[in-house]
Design a protein around this ligand. Structure first.
Ligand code: USQ
Length: 382
């Protein structure tokens, strides 16, 4: 299959590209390095240096013999997007090309506007590129569990049947996002749903929870193939941050009461989910939604797990609740269904002590590169 990966330089985009290439698919990645630019501007560079996409593709080819084609450019510009589609004629499009940080989107007007424009423009251009140049292509869109927020009822997989005044219909599950970034994903879903109805596009929207991990089969072939491992307050997801804090001897930064519960997954499972979705595509005129997570934890539970494993390794981990920089419920009901991807064939890698221990070892090897000033939250919601 010809697979186009939009946002191929990201934490998830690059390992996804290697995974598809290794599975024998023809892969093209496109990216404008927006995340690298923001990371540099906000002093949030990843723990381990990552070569450019062109360099990574060359290293990957030398290691495996598989080729990944690279195009650098701005997908928010329709000409660039359309040109790629005309040239490559993708059969599947994996769309990661969004500003992915909730804190960055809440920093101020220009960061909010940049997030809003970039995320919506890329989605819009991708939809039109498919509609005009590759109408049979299947769009696999990375959404987020954060689109739903934390409602006081079970979260269904994308859709809910509602009975109202004696009549029934099925609707997208209600959305209530907690940041501007998460809200752009809600808007993406609505845009996609409109074009699925109007033009019969085939779309899978993956509602993903926070991802953790650094290791994949291909990334482990060479340290220079590793994903961008962020531990800063802007791009770092909570598990990755806690593990780095444990190594740096900084008390784990639990925001507020720490009862915030989310659905987490291992980076390896992101790759499995995206490939399963691509290899078993949505039908024409279908918006298929999967909740992409494997287990749920509160922030307090995550901190306890990291402390247990860290202490076994002699790190003497401390946990400290700090003022929550975000506006979110710190104690709430959370019960998302997530059976769709398991039914497609997902075999989860759960967060056990061996997984956390291996991550800690890798971070310890790079401990001299940890910059302490990147850890405490620098952005507040209000
Ligand atoms: N948290 C802490 N301490 C920290 C960092 C985070 O208590 O040092 C808490 C947050 O307040 C939040 C939870 O941990 O309640 C998760 O935070 P996160 O930073 O790991 O995740 P989030 O900002 O929601 O965003 C991440 C990705 C985003 C993706 C999302 C999935 O950056 O791209 O869409 O996870 S979800 O959270 O399900 O919406």
């Amino acid at each position: 299959m010809r697979v186009l990966i939009l946002g191929g330089d990201g934490y998830l985009g690059w390992p996804t590209a290697m995974d598809f290439a290794k599975a024998g698919h023809e892969v093209l990645v496109a990216d404008n390095y927006l995340r690298r630019i923001i990371a540099e501007a906000t002093d949030s560079e990843p723990l381990i240096e990552t070569p450019t996409l062109t360099e990574r593709a060359a290293i990957f080819e030398a290691e495996t013999g598989y080729r990944i084609a690279v195009k650098i450019g701005d997908l928010a510009q329709p000409e660039f997007m359309f040109h790629i589609f005309q040239d490559f004629e993708p059969e599947a499009v994996v769309h990661y090309a969004e500003q992915p940080s909730a804190p960055y989107s809440m920093k101020g007007f220009s960061e909010a506007r940049e997030t809003f424009k970039n995320n919506l423009d890329v989605t819009f251009n991708c939809i039109w590129a498919v509609k005009e140049h590759a109408p049979q292509a299947h769009i696999i869109k990375l959404g987020t569990m954060g689109e739903y927020g934390t409602p006081n009822i079970d979260i269904e997989e994308g859709w809910i049947e509602i009975e109202h005044k004696g009549r029934k219909d099925t609707f997208l599950f209600p959305r209530a996002a907690g940041s501007l970034y998460h809200t752009t994903k809600v808007l993406d879903t609505d845009l996609l749903w409109f074009y699925v109805r109007a033009h019969g596009l085939r779309v899978t929207d993956l509602m993903q929870g926070p991802v953790y991990g650094i290791s994949t089969d291909e990334a482990d072939l060479n340290p220079r193939l590793c994903p961008n491992f962020h531990y800063d307050d802007i791009f770092g997801t909570v598990v990755n941050r806690f593990l780095v804090q444990a190594v740096a001897g900084i008390p784990l930064t639990v925001y507020g009461k720490g009862g915030q519960t989310r659905g987490y997954l291992n980076l390896r499972d992101t790759l499995q989910c995206v490939r399963l979705a691509a290899e078993k595509p949505a039908a024409e005129g279908q918006l298929r939604v999967f909740n992409q997570l494997t287990e749920t934890f509160s922030v307090n539970e995550l901190a306890d797990r990291v402390k247990t494993v860290g202490d076994q390794m002699g790190l003497n981990v401390k946990i400290e609740s700090i003022l929550n920089p975000r506006k979110e419920r710190e104690e709430h009901y959370y019960n998302p269904s997530h059976s769709g991807l398991l039914e497609l064939g997902l075999q989860p890698h759960y967060m056990n002590e061996a997984v956390l221990g291996a991550m800690l070892e890798r971070i310890i090897e790079n401990r001299d590169r940890i910059v302490g000033s990147r850890i405490m939250p620098r952005v507040r919601w209000s």
